[in-house]
Design a protein around this ligand. Structure first.
Ligand code: MN3
Length: 249
């Protein structure tokens, strides 16, 4: 058992306690990246440990109430997201062992594990920062450069919202609605992400991601995904979205 496997086993053993005991700490950097991640634009990697880590939420678990409930946030961040982080580290360990042993029999399996768990880690890390408490950074409408880019890409903010809500609502099974900056056109595109990793164009960097897996909304909204999407606009942090676009323009 290597270091990461020991950590993973120990995390699994305490997973039942973690959701109750884990206390989110507000990041020093607005995007959680300044202190946790050497200034990189996504939190979620510890350079000292050389492993992926669960980033802190930039607000308390109950901060998005009433639109997203505290219990959902605790399970979603502390259990679901943490599972993707462990899966990514484990898959990378297995691929390192494969290189060491010059035995690539399982390369297909672990390559898929990297994409699935890595996709989950990245999208959740963006998703948490895409949100802020209602009337305290969350909700409202974008302005400035982001507003202009949305108008240029979709015709209007209202058209973008309608398109995004329809795409998120129509994701088959588990997946994501994603607004992404496209490196080829310089415009924004809306795509559906199936599972955690499928249907990208590869040139798109997600700037606004909405988790529509049932674990993201079922406790509060049951099967009413459209109602969840409609209420979610009240917690969208447009200044975070604008920052993510600037990083990639
Ligand atoms: Mn999720």
């Amino acid at each position: 058992m290597n270091r990461r496997e020991m950590l993973a086993a120990s995390s699994l053993a305490t997973a039942g306690l973690m959701t109750a005991a884990f206390t989110p700490v507000a990041s020093a950097g607005r995007h959680g990246g300044d202190t946790e991640n050497g200034g990189r634009t996504l939190p979620g990697y510890d350079a000292d440990k050389d492993e992926f880590v669960l980033p802190h939420l930039p607000y308390d678990y109950d901060a998005l109430e009433p639109h997203i409930d505290e219990q959902t946030m605790r399970l979603h961040h502390g259990a679901h997201h943490a599972t993707y982080v462990r899966g990514l580290n484990n898959a990378l360990d297995k691929l390192a062992e494969a290189r060491e042993a010059d035995d690539f029999d399982l390369v297909k399996h672990y390559s898929r594990e990297v994409s699935f768990n890595g996709g989950g880690h990245v999208l959740h890390s963006i998703f948490w920062h895409n949100m802020a408490p209602p009337n305290n950074g969350g909700g409202g409408e974008p302005d400035g450069e982001l507003r202009e880019l949305i108008d240029k890409s979709f015709g209007s903010f209202e058209k973008m919202k309608a398109h995004f809500a329809a795409a998120a609502g129509a994701v088959e099974g588990g997946g994501w609605g994603i607004l992404g900056h496209d490196a080829m056109s310089g415009k924004l595109l809306i795509i559906q992400g199936e599972n955690q990793q499928k249907l990208t164009t590869w040139a798109i960097t997600p700037v606004l991601a909405l988790d529509v897996w049932e674990h993201a909304y079922y406790l509060k909204y049951q099967n009413r995904r459209a109602e969840y999407v409609e209420n979610w606009w009240n917690v969208v942090n447009w200044s975070d979205v604008a920052q993510r676009v600037r990083w990639h323009m």
